[in-house]
Ligand binder design. Structure first.
Ligand code: NAD
Length: 312
């Protein structure tokens, strides 16, 4: 049994990860500041099952200002997921992105270094690659949005703490995660909501942008593998994606079929920072950690629809 810190535990992916850790018999100390990027009610729902678990303790604190040393002391691993996620708002609210994603990460790394935490797992993003994210982990890093730049700053901070102080780190670059609890600003969430409520959907670009969609349980699987296969994961950076690459137009057609309704599309030009193509190159994590994404986009979307029906 391990003592695990999960930052961003009230968020979409952090809450799934916390549940999976508890199901494996670990203790989880969840941290989240309920940053009002999207409504707190979603995050309280994400936490509702966890709050009933004896093995889960929760701290509503902000990584940018709280004392962190006492919290992380004695932990076997830190999973750092807390961040300002979503790239559009990063053009207008850069201060929140830079402070949460860079400064918050630096403060947490400092505490992890001082408390000799044996494994620090940093959750990064395909956005660090730039407009296209299609290559292996050693591809050029040229982020195309302020969000990507702040997440890359987090990666580089991890590397600086590793190189200077020997902090044991692993970096995971998630590619477009979806499924139950997906953030309400994300495209599939908006598409499903629009279809269920019979409202028009604003499509930015031609819809031919492709994504390497990662079902949330597959993202969690990869994250657990990085923790459980520590020796193989230390010092490494891994892409984490699903197996299928699909365009937004294909997903729209799938959702129309699953929900049994056509959507009215309002077309707008692509937005600054939007990635055109992502296709996760996942050979490294498959080979080194035995990662095997298991959920088809069709099944994953079905699960997300069922969850969103309960929100209405
Ligand atoms: N969802 C995706 O498709 C995706 C893709 C690539 C990478 N990621 C990364 O995965 C992680 C989780 O993303 P998510 O989609 O679950 O987002 P989310 O917004 O649902 O979860 C992030 C949580 O972090 C918390 N947080 C932010 N700043 C904080 C701070 N300063 N102190 C304490 N808590 C803070 C927020 O309140 C939020 O609950 C992020 O690091 C994100 O960059 C997500």
């Amino acid at each position: 049994m391990s003592r695990c810190i999960v930052t961003g535990a009230a968020g979409f992916i952090g809450s799934h990860l916390s549940e999976a850790l508890i199901a494996r018999g670990h203790d989880v100390i969840g941290i989240d500041a309920f940053i009002p990027y999207y409504p707190r009610s979603f995050k309280e729902n994400n936490l509702s099952g966890l709050r009933k678990e004896k093995a889960f303790t929760f701290h509503e604190i902000d990584l940018r200002s709280a004392a962190l040393h006492d919290l992380v002391r004695g932990a076997d691993v830190v999973f750092h997921l807390a961040a300002m996620a979503g790239l559009m708002k990063s053009w207008s609210d850069f201060q929140s992105y830079s402070s949460c994603n860079a400064e918050g990460t630096q403060r947490l790394l400092d505490a992890a270094r001082d408390e000799s935490i044996p494994h620090f797992i940093y959750v990064s993003t395909s956005s660090v690659y730039g407009k296209e994210a299609t290559g292996p982990e050693d591809s050029l890093l040229a982020p195309f949005s302020p969000y990507g730049i702040t997440k890359l700053a987090g990666e580089q901070l991890c590397r600086a703490y590793e190189a200077n102080f020997g902090l044991p780190i692993t970096i995971l670059r998630y590619f477009s995660v979806y499924g139950p609890r997906q953030r309400p600003d994300m495209a599939y969430h908006i598409l499903i909501r629009s279809l269920l409520q019979g409202e028009p959907f604003t499509l930015f670009g031609d819809g031919e942008q492709t994504r390497s969609n990662t079902f949330c349980a597959d993202g969690v699987q990869a994250t657990l593998l990085a923790f459980e296969k520590r020796e193989q994961a230390l010092g490494e950076v891994f892409n984490v994606g699903g197996g299928e690459i699909v365009s937004l137009n294909t997903v729209r057609a799938m959702l129309e079929e699953l929900i049994g309704r056509k959507i009215q599309v309002d077309r707008k030009p692509a937005r600054p920072g939007d990635q055109k193509h992502t296709s996760a190159h996942i050979e490294k994590i498959k080979g080194k950690l035995g990662y095997n994404p298991a959920t088809s986009v069709y099944d994953g979307l079905k699960a997300q629809i069922e969850w969103q029906k309960q929100l209405a």
